[in-house]
Design a protein around this ligand. Sequence first.
Ligand code: ATP
Ligand code: MG
Length: 595
Amino acid sequence: MRPANDSHDSAPHKPNWKMIAGLWPYLAEYRGRALLAMAMLVVAKIATVATPIALKYIIDNLEQHRGVDMLLWTPLLLVLAYGTLRFGSTLFSELRDAIFARVAERAMRRVSLRVFQHLHNRELAFHLDRKTGGLARDIERGTNGISFLLRFTLFNILPTLLEIVLVAGILLVAFNVSYVLAIAVSVVVFVVFSIRVTEWRTTFVREANHQDNQSNARAIDSLLNYETVKYFNNETFEAQQYDEKLKLWEAARLKNRLSMAALNTGQAFIIGVSLIVIMGMAVREVASGQMTLGDFTMVNAYLIQLFIPLNNLGFVYREIRQALVNVERLFALLGDKPLIEDAADASALALHAGAVQFSDVRFSYNAQRPILKGVSFSIPAGQTVAVVGASGAGKSTLARLLFRFFDVDSGSICIDGQDLRHITQDSLRSTIGVVPQDTVLFNDTLYNNLAYGRPNASAAEVEHAAQQANLTDFINSLPEGYDTPVGERGLKLSGGEKQRVAIARVLLKNPPILILDEATSSLDTISEQAILVALNAVSQQRTTLVIAHRLSTVRDAHRILVMDQGQIVESGSHHELLEKHGYYAKLWQQQQQDI
Ligand SMILES: Nc1ncnc2c1ncn2[C@@H]1O[C@H](COP(=O)(O)OP(=O)(O)OP(=O)(O)O)[C@@H](O)[C@H]1O
Ligand SMILES: [Mg+2]
């Protein structure tokens, strides 16, 4: 039914060059800066290309006048020009980088934020499927990739091409076609070789990334389950599992390295051969007097100067390919549309009294396994309806559907006559307060976790909510009081304390509709009674859906629904149900005996 977010690479084999176009919006924000940086780049390149010419004139000038009583100022001036050009070429390159830095950094910030928001917009099913470790790596690599693409496509590929054209032009004017041809041939061979080999290597890059995700996901999952690992003495097993993943990662990285070595060697070989051939041509011409020594030095300088960026180009091309692969995954992540989305014509929920209506709701998490098989009931405005029944019957699923974490397969859920699918999620969710079955807290202080229910609440309001949730004694007993850190996922609190934090949060949110999913299941009877008084007071004027195993906590509900295997099998008030002598009555009997 829903696509799994396995980190497995389903991306097409070829990187998508169109992705570069996707970077335009990030560039457009700073169009002026980008253009200025481009101008710096052109100046820097002109300086670079002019340097060997200056060198040639210095040598020729010295050569002509050697031994002759000469004026030194011409060659000295030329040396000055030569030095200035060298410095200029570096200066303008650095200026270019400095000017462009802001564009690239801002793009990274923008895209990180976008990904973050997008992930929060994704439906619950996506997050249940995700592997946090792998996802984090994808995001990290993708944002770095974007910065790389911006900096290097603009400032490396394009300028290198520009430089090649300039140098070819100069050689054509200064010497003859054979040099241009020789250089053209070696450049083409070099580029074709680099592209081919890099293409071949892309598979290894993808594979290495994939294995990196896998091993990282495994490590994070294992650490999150620290306690479970210890309960079963499975440290060695965990280490083995992790090492299995690392082994694959190692192999992938190794292939990556070896193929890179092959690429580098091949490139160096092509450069070496080209140098030999072209310099050989020049040697002959100098010997026969067709070329001056200055010309010879200039050809040499150009060759070296050309092959450095060209060599760089090989590196950059391969990095760009890699960045494209990374960005591709990031964009794929961004491109996935949330399964739960506001309808185009969705309007905010117009809340009157908060009556909830489930009509013949059918739902499954996986198409093969129906969970809810035609559930209909209503909660009249301001009333409390309780749902009881066997574990796995689908009780929490009702709550998730009402909160629209999932859409129903058929049937409908309405609040005050408005189908959930036709109202905005934001307005829906601000109306409903949930105390979930398992509470997870932020790795922050107790106070901040409480205040999360309404971030702009005053300290007095937060404390009042904590008091209603019977937390005051506990908090007062803490050396750090409200400032106590609760640990990752709230693991430093007891189950009952976490539940009370969850209740206090919801009291603070103060929503018109309440869902309490086993809200007091982890509490002792005395705390439970205390909180039930508070919760009952709160649910008095509110539409409330209570889910509970302990029937004593729901006997006062207006109506009780008994669920079994995705269906409502009995319903009525506590007394009506007892008189039916059915499932509920039996359950009640049993629980009374247990006490
Ligand atoms: N995300 C999911 N993907 C697939 N199946 C799920 C998912 N969430 C729940 N289920 C299945 O749906 C069924 C109903 O789950 P639900 O959480 O609604 O049960 P419940 O009635 O609340 O049980 P309990 O009393 O134990 O909390 C269970 O069999 C569960 O395995
Ligand atoms: Mg449940």
